[in-house]
Design a protein around this ligand. Structure first.
Ligand code: NAD
Length: 318
């Protein structure tokens, strides 16, 4: 371990947890973001504030680096990513294309790219059940507008850099990550954090607002599984994209009931059909990751949500 590893997006939710893990594994970590982590000081040996939409900044970021974990992205929950397609797509195309080129120029060993389940065709996600997505389902392409198209394009860029220049790239398609130290308010939060916040702030007997009819389904991965999966994928021989998510499907209504149970509160739901709900249903098919890595995310949802709810409750009641 003579050269540093780089984590971009290290001021964000997953990046911050990844830095902690890599430091605990004995790596010297350079962390980069346009902001510091919101809730905890980073363990990285250097934390640089830098905008990675600039090629020069990407070149500086990758100097003396062996492995790049490229998590920087303009992103948020469904409300955020459906609110400005051009800006999000442009920002992320700039970050990912410049980071790949800078990694080639500075001869890094491995480039990890955090792709997303949003790359899957909307056509295959129109039901609430039987919607497990295999990696091969990505084509013919019809991803989520803006954010999803960019993620799919950047997956391709990783493939091209690998084929044309021999850059060792690894790609994970993350499915809905949640856990402590994630954004839970302000407009960028995702469903589990938003629901935990609403329930933590409610009093027994209150009504809470649900986006859509609440019957839309997803699978949710606890942050510890996500970090474990990223390190396993980086250290594997698998260069093609792999799903990284659980295959435990749950509706938003069921998730609300579960968090209410955890909180000990009895609340009623009010659905708001005018709010975005994303695709109707989405699950991860984990056959490939199980076959190739002999492992798949398995952290129990109830345990992960308990930890997340306790953390958000403590933040609100500081
Ligand atoms: P996050 O928003 O918490 O972290 C992303 C970080 O990137 C932020 O801290 C942000 O400030 C930083 N960033 C944005 N623009 C930048 C720029 N120009 N230069 C430098 N840094 C910049 O998101 P996250 O949940 O930690 O996601 C990390 C990665 O995983 C992203 O690439 C995201 O698309 C991907 N992903 C996340 C999920 C999920 O459920 N959280 C699902 C699928 C994919």
């Amino acid at each position: 371990m003579d050269r540093k590893v780089l984590v971009t997006g290290a001021g964000g939710f997953i990046g911050h947890h990844l830095v902690t893990k890599l430091v605990n594994m004995g790596h010297e970590v350079r962390a980069i973001d346009i902001k510091y982590p919101e809730f905890q000081t980073s363990k990285a040996s250097e934390f640089i504030l830098s905008d990675l939409r600039s090629y020069e900044n990407c070149i500086a970021a990758t100097k003396g680096i062996s492995q790049v974990y490229n998590l920087a992205a303009d992103m948020g929950g469904i409300g955020y990513i459906t609110s400005k397609f051009a800006e999000i797509a442009r920002n992320n195309v700039l970050i990912n294309s410049h980071m790949l080129e800078a990694s080639r120029v500075n001869e890094i060993d491995t480039f990890f790219y955090s792709s997303s389940a949003c790359i899957y065709p909307t056509e295959k996600q129109k039901n609430t059940a039987n919607i497990s997505l295999r990696e091969s389902d990505a084509y013919p392409a019809d991803p989520e507008e803006g954010y999803g198209w960019e993620k799919l394009f950047s997956e391709k860029l990783c493939e091209y850099y690998s084929k044309d220049y021999g850059l060792r790239t690894r790609v994970a398609r993350l499915h809905n990550v949640y856990g402590p130290l994630g954004t839970y308010t302000g407009g960028k939060e995702k469903a589990p954090a938003a629901l935990c916040r609403k329930i933590a702030m409610a009093s027994n007997g209150d009504k809470i607002e649900i986006w859509g009819d609440g019957r839309q389904t997803r699978s949710f991965m606890f942050i510890d599984d996500c970090i474990e999966g990223i390190t396993r994928i980086v250290n594997s021989d698998v260069s093609e994209p792999l799903n990284l998510g659980t295959d435990h499907l749950i509706s938003i209504n069921e998730m609300v009931d579960l968090i209410c149970l955890i909180s000990g509160k009895t609340l009623s739901k009010v659905t708001d059909l005018s709010k975005p709900q994303g695709v109707r249903g989405r699950n991860s098919d984990n056959s490939k990751i199980k076959n190739l890595l002999g492992w798949a995310p398995n952290y129990p949802l109830e345990k992960g949500l308990s930890k997340t709810y306790s953390w958000i409750y403590s933040q609100i009641n500081i």
